[in-house]
Ligand binder design. Structure first.
Ligand code: PLP
Length: 363
């Protein structure tokens, strides 16, 4: 290919696989000989129907989603799921337990307070969200509507390695920033949700994986579009779906299959993250990682250049050298390299080399 690609470390929306973009480009104005773009087609057409159902089937297979779960394609981002989860499952007087591991879990908790009495299950806030709480520090009640956690903390760069066993209480996870980066035992969860724009495709689609028995227990006296049952009962075709985004998501899933599936993807992600963490760890304090090593994310590598002035220089020179998206989230500052599935090993290697070179020149 002649396409020159940026060293893209954006946190979200993020890099997409080049192969997927090129295929979409080829099919853009004439999908499958139809003389139309997928964007111009009826969402009730045969061509679109195949795209839609194949994307669902492919996600079920790739993520080993058991039979008793529905896969939904919704809109409104993961942020609307912060609202939909409690709106469907919490009511005045009912509790749910929220594990606080960063800004996104705080936002989820804030929405739940509008519907019921959510409580903190555990929090690493006092430790500046550097770690994931230990499994046996997570408190919840047997009559909670659910327990909520954020599997990967995009802003702080921490990630759960193992998930708590919540027994009969449904476990709800925001997997926006690490879904499909590794195999997960979906049967441990009542609901998994994720905005698509990191590992799954472009923004505009939100994936919800929900256990079927929960649908029967959901609140009914809520707006039609905000009921999970509305979308489950209509195969996510109650209204016009984000068709192009779902098409792209399907293509990304094919790409993940071609990478060898989730185990292969995980291995590559480990290799990529290690390239950068190793530079941080062997820098004698020139670079400082934010997350405690056992909670480090494979997706978002957060660090500081210990000297504040040099950090500004680092970010400016990195930008100059063609690295995109290395500034930390505006709420925390510092540096962050987001190495989602579609970020090639070579891109991480280039950053690791740049970091070593920068240290050698400036210490
Ligand atoms: N949850 C997590 C973990 C995220 O990283 C983000 C976005 O970066 C969100 C939720 C919000 O997602 P959206 O922009 O799709 O509403």
């Amino acid at each position: 290919t002649t396409n020159k690609r940026a060293y893209n470390f954006n946190a979200g929306p993020s890099a997409l696989p080049l192969e997927v973009l090129e295929k979409a480009q080829q099919e853009l104005v004439n999908y499958n000989g139809s003389g139309m773009s997928i964007m111009e087609m009826s969402h009730r057409s045969k061509d679109y129907d195949a795209v839609h159902n194949e994307a669902i089937a492919r996600l079920k297979k790739l993520f080993s989603i058991p039979e008793n779960y529905e896969v939904l394609f919704l809109q409104g981002g993961a942020s609307l799921q912060f609202t939909m989860v409690p709106m469907n499952f919490l009511t005045e007087g009912k509790t749910a337990s929220y594990v606080l591991t960063g800004s996104w879990s705080e936002k989820a908790l804030k929405e739940a307070k509008l519907f019921g009495q959510p409580v903190e299950a555990a929090s690493s806030k006092e430790n500046k969200y550097r770690n994931i709480p230990a499994l046996n520090d997570i408190k919840f009640n047997a009559d909670d509507a659910y327990v909520h956690l954020t599997s990967n903390n995009t802003i702080y760069g921490t990630e759960w390695v193992e998930f708590p066993d919540t027994g009969d209480v449904p476990l709800v996870a925001d997997m926006s920033s690490d879904i499909l980066s590794r195999p997960v035992d979906v049967s441990k969860f009542g609901i998994i949700y994720a905005g698509a724009q990191k590992n799954l495709g472009p923004s505009g689609v939100t994936v919800v994986i929900i256990r079927k028995d929960l649908l029967e227990k959901a609140n009914t006296n809520i707006p039609t579009m905000l009921k999970y049952t509305t979308h489950a009962d209509s195969n996510s075709l109650y209204n016009t779906p984000p068709a192009f985004g779902i098409y792209m998501l399907g293509e990304v899933l094919k790409w993940v299959e071609n990478q060898g599936g989730l185990e292969a993807v995980q291995k590559r992600n480990e290799e990529k993250a290690k390239l950068i963490y190793d530079v941080i760890d062997s820098s004698n304090g020139f670079y400082k990682g934010h997350a405690t090593p056992e909670s480090r994310s494979l997706m978002n590598i957060t660090f500081r250049v210990a000297d504040e002035e040099l950090e500004k220089k680092f970010l400016a020179e990195a930008k100059e050298a063609g690295f995109v998206g290395l500034n930390g989230h505006r709420s925390v500052g510092g540096c962050r390299a987001s190495a989602y599935n579609a970020v090639p090993v070579e891109t991480c290697k280039a950053l690791a080399d740049f970091m070593v070179e920068f240290q050698n020149k400036n210490q």
